[in-house]
Design a protein around this ligand. Structure first.
Ligand SMILES: Nc1ncnc2c1ncn2[C@@H]1O[C@H](COP(=O)(O)OP(=O)(O)OP(=O)(O)O)[C@@H](O)[C@H]1O
Length: 278
């Protein structure tokens, strides 16, 4: 087993429960994550799956330290990052990147693609040779160089998600959180984006946490899977083992709900024409 890049022990997250906020004073805390233990091996892609509201996004946000755990620890390459301040986190931000669900809302409509990809480079002290760096980032995700001058609305959904990936990977991070990154796309575009992510993860040695409610996607992309329900892990194992012999009844239900033929066909089609633009 490879060494862990991220090690999570007893992780709990409690957030203010806005549904129970009194007229005066603070909302009581709601415990969203209820004590999680797992490891993300270096260079692995781990799927995080579970029904809506099971805590997947909250877990993802804790992993990239957008929220602070209320208990337990998150170690990144051996260092406990659970309670680092914003200033202490700043040098680590480059290594902890996110690809968002909806590039339509995460890409600024008034900025060119060049400026969108260049922004995190500048913020992280990589402002020299910007033209070359942005050109490399576009090439990495299979977008033509003249896309640098375009705006969000001039791109298709798949192209926008390629920009989201280019922006996250421009910093050569060590960890990437991908939260439902293909859920708004048609099935063949999904397959193209996932094939691209799989290729880049392997080439760049990325450690990826891939959140999805769709087990068919997870099966193709991930080496291990974490199944969540109501803020807890119900099952975590290697992908093949999970699909061949799921231990938990909840996992069996998720697996039996997979619409396999459609995505299989799209996936095979993509493997034959990997370079096609979306
Ligand atoms: N700030 C908050 N205050 C109170 N409850 C919250 C807060 N944020 C999330 N929750 C609740 O925590 C639970 C987990 O939410 P989360 O978004 O992590 O789940 P998810 O598995 O990612 O769901 P989905 O698949 O729908 O995105 C949900 O019941 C949600 O309503």
């Amino acid at each position: 087993m490879a060494e862990s890049l991220i090690s999570v022990r007893g992780l709990k997250v409690a957030l203010p429960d806005m549904t129970r906020k009194p007229l005066i004073g603070r909302a009581p805390l709601a415990e969203i994550l209820k004590g999680l233990d797992f490891d993300l091996p270096k260079g692995s892609v781990t799927g995080i799956v579970g029904e809506s509201g099971s805590g997947k996004s909250t877990l993802g946000r804790a992993l990239v330290r957008l929220i602070e755990p209320s208990a337990g620890s998150i170690r990144f390459d051996g260092r406990d990052i659970s309670h680092l301040s914003e200033a202490e986190l700043r040098p680590l931000r480059r290594d902890l990147q996110m690809i968002f669900q909806d590039p339509m809302s995460s890409l600024n409509p008034r900025r060119t693609i060049f400026s969108i990809i260049a922004a995190p480079l500048k913020q992280n002290g990589l402002g020299d040779n910007l033209k070359t760096r942005v050109a490399e980032a576009l090439q990495r995700v299979g977008l033509p160089q003249n896309f640098a001058g375009r705006y969000r609305h001039q791109l298709s959904g798949g192209q926008r998600q390629r920009v989201g990936i280019a922006r996250a990977l421009a910093l050569s991070p060590r960890f990437v959180l991908a939260d439902e990154i293909v859920s708004g796309l048609d099935v063949s575009t999904q397959a193209q984006i996932l094939t691209l992510l799989e290729k880049l993860a392997a080439e760049m040695g990325l450690t990826v946490a891939f959140i999805s409610h769709d087990l068919s996607v997870i099966r193709r992309l991930c080496q291990q899977v974490i199944v969540m329900r109501e803020g807890r892990i119900v099952e975590a194992s290697a992908t093949d083992a999970l699909f061949d012999s799921p231990k938990d009844a909840y996992t069996r239900d998720l697996i039996s709900a997979i619409p396999l033929p459609e995505i299989d066909a799209a996936w095979l089609g993509t493997l034959a024409t990997t370079k096609a633009l979306t």
